[in-house]
Structures are given as structure tokens and as C-alpha cells.
Design a protein around this ligand. Structure first.
Ligand code: 3Y8
Ligand code: NAP
Length: 249
């Protein structure tokens, strides 16, 4: 009997949980605990870190996990590295479910930067009205460029006000809509949008909204991904589960 651990926090992880529940597969979805009220799931959920690679190995062995699906966000690089190492050490089958990166389309005006620090550096210069669609974890880095007016969007109300002298905070969770993001950008007279190359549909609205409004994008490229088996869709995971079950892993 297989027992699947899904490392979640993405639209695709939730879709996989639904598919496994419908198939009466035994699965648990894991959240880091970054948000106050994570989305309810049709499979049991666990919340919180494992305690590094060793903690994850212990969890895999203790719970009798047979398959580990890393369906975390492409920027959750530490979790993905830990998942590969722990699965190997515990002898558990492993696959990454991740979405392809977005690619610049005609009508887009992207400037690529390698990471958050690169985005901060690229904001050197005259004051502008910038939409920082990066969530909460890295906002403080942008205090190095206090001249801009920032539009921020967090999942939860923060414990303290963001450390940016000129900002407007929207508390909202995705998936977002093109119309909603266009209205938001127009209402705040946004001149530039800063985005991670998350891929997928849940955060894509802002790219389409920026394209329709002719706004430039500062695109933060993904961190390197560990060497592992990867699929971009639920069907790929279900096929992998079927194959590895036949092999009796
Ligand atoms: C806790 C679980 C689902 C998953 C939904 C996806 C889509 C909506 C769009 C913008 C961009 C951003 C952010 C974003 C999106 C989905 C997906 C996605 C981006 C939840 C969730 C958790 C998180 C963590 C949160 C981060 C933050 C990032 C906001 C749940 C809602 C900016 C990423 O306040 C914080 O500490 C938030 C932290 C990591 C990035 C950051 O650096 O702040 N996601 N987001 C997960 C956990 O605890 O393990 O609460 O239900 C999940 C989703 N957020 O099941 O429907 O699939 O990506 N999440 C980015 O892409 O740039 C918002 O505003 O346009
Ligand atoms: P990260 O930097 O790669 O991981 C840092 C630590 O958080 C990990 O070492 C692990 O702690 C814990 N962790 C991360 N994901 C976990 C999970 N799904 N279940 C249990 N523990 C987890 O991760 P992150 O970028 O902070 O992302 C955290 C969560 O938010 C992930 O679920 C991710 O899918 C989701 N998310 C992130 C982003 C983003 O932009 N980074 C966007 C959307 C959703 P231990 O070492 O103690 O095990």
C-alpha cells in the first residue's frame, strides 16, 4: 500500500491532492506554516518544518512514506534540495511536480534579474510607482530603495507595518484575475511590476495585466533546481505512481 507525501503550497499541489483523494490513494499534504489559514485539503495536512534533511528522513521512515512528491513553489529551493537528499537517504521514490517558467511574449517588456538582490539593485534611480508582487518574506530588502512608492500584496495582515516609507498594502491571496490586477495597477498608477518567475496560472494574472497596460516587468529568474525527476502535470505524477507501484517501491 503506497503512502504519498506531497510537499505543497501551490495550485498544482492542491490539484494533485484532489486527484489522489478521488483515487482513494493514501496521501498527506505538507505546508511550511507560512500563512495563517492555509487552504483546506481533501487529504490529511501537516503544518511546519521537518527540522532539516534529518528531520525529513525521520518523518519519511516513521510514517512509512513510499513516495515523495515535491510540489512546492519553484522559489522554495531549500525545501526542494532537502527533499531530494532525504528521499535518497530514506530510499523513498521522489519526483518534482513543478510548472514551466513563464516566457516573455510579444508585447511584453521584461528585464531579467537573477534574484531579490538583483531586483533591488535594478530599482536604483528616480522615484517610481512600483508593484512588488513578491509577498511578505523579502519586502524589507527593498528598503534600500526608499525613493519609490510601493504597492505590496501579502497573504496575511503583517504583525508590523512593512519597513518601506511609501507603500500601500493589499491583503489578498491568489489566484488573481487579469481584470482585478489591471484595476489594481490603474488605481495605484503603477509604472513597473516586480515578479518572481513562478510559472503556473495562480500568479500569472499580473503579467497579462501588465502586458495589456503596457507596463514593464522586472522578472526575478528562478533559483537553480536540484537534479531530480521532474514532471509538469498531475498526469505525469499519476503515471509515475503507477509505474513505481508496479516496481514495488
Ligand atoms: C503557505 C498556502 C493553492 C495554492 C495557491 C501558486 C498560486 C495563489 C500566487 C502576487 C503573487 C507569492 C506568494 C503567491 C501565489 C498561489 C498559491 C500562490 C504569490 C499560499 C499558501 C502559502 C503561501 C506562501 C506564500 C509566501 C509568498 C508566496 C504570496 C495557503 C497562499 C508572492 C509567490 O506571508 C508570507 O509569509 C507568504 C509567503 C511564501 C512569497 C514570499 O516570499 O512572501 N506564497 N502562499 C505555504 C506553506 O505554508 O507551506 O495559504 O493556502 C499558496 C499560494 N500562493 O493551494 O491554491 O500556485 O503559486 N504566493 C510568487 O509566486 O511570487 C503572490 O501577489 O501576484
Ligand atoms: P524554503 O525557503 O525552500 O524552505 C525553508 C524551510 O521551510 C525548509 O527547509 C523547511 O523547513 C520549511 N518548508 C518549506 N516548505 C515546506 C513544506 N511544504 N512543508 C514543510 N516544511 C516546509 O521554502 P519557502 O520559499 O519559505 O516556501 C515555503 C512554502 O511556501 C512552501 O510550501 C512553498 O511551496 C510555498 N510557497 C512559496 C513561495 C515562494 O515564493 N517562496 C510561493 C508560493 C508558495 P525544515 O528545514 O525545518 O524542514
Amino acid at each position: 500500500m503506497s503512502h504519498i507525501l506531497i510537499l505543497g503550497g501551490t495550485t498544482e499541489a492542491s490539484a494533485l491532492a484532489r486527484a489522489l483523494a478521488e483515487g482513494s490513494k493514501r496521501a498527506v499534504l505538507s505546508y511550511a506554516g507560512r500563512t495563517e489559514k492555509p487552504r483546506a485539503q481533501p487529504v490529511p495536512v501537516r503544518v511546519g518544518g521537518f527540522g532539516g534533511i534529518g528531520g525529513l528522513v525521520d518523518y519519511l521512515r516513521r510514517e512509512g512514506v513510499t513516495h515523495l512528491v515535491d510540489a512546492t513553489h519553484p522559489f522554495a529551493a531549500t525545501m526542494s534540495r532537502h527533499a531530494v537528499a532525504a528521499a535518497r537517504e530514506a530510499g523513498v521514490a521522489h519526483i518534482m511536480l513543478t510548472r514551466p517558467g513563464w516566457v516573455e511574449a510579444s508585447g511584453d517588456s521584461w528585464t531579467h534579474v537573477p534574484d531579490i538582490a538583483g531586483a533591488v539593485g535594478a530599482l536604483e534611480g528616480h522615484a517610481r510607482r512600483v508593484m512588488l508582487a513578491l509577498g511578505r518574506m523579502h519586502v524589507d530588502a527593498f528598503a534600500a530603495q526608499p525613493q519609490h512608492h510601493y504597492l505590496l500584496r501579502f497573504v496575511d495582515v503583517p504583525d508590523e507595518a512593512p519597513g518601506l516609507p511609501q507603500h500601500h498594502l493589499v491583503v489578498d491571496r491568489g489566484p488573481f484575475t487579469v481584470e482585478g490586477d489591471m484595476a489594481l495597477m490603474q488605481a495605484h498608477r503603477i509604472e513597473l511590476v516586480v515578479s518572481k518567475n513562478a510559472g503556473g496560472s495562480g500568479a500569472e494574472a499580473k503579467l497579462i495585466a501588465a502586458r495589456k497596460l503596457g507596463l514593464p516587468i522586472l522578472m526575478i529568474d528562478r533559483p537553480p533546481c536540484p537534479a531530480a525527476q521532474v514532471t509538469h502535470d498531475i498526469a505525469g505524477v499519476l503515471e509515475w505512481l503507477g509505474h513505481s507501484a508496479e516496481r514495488g517501491v
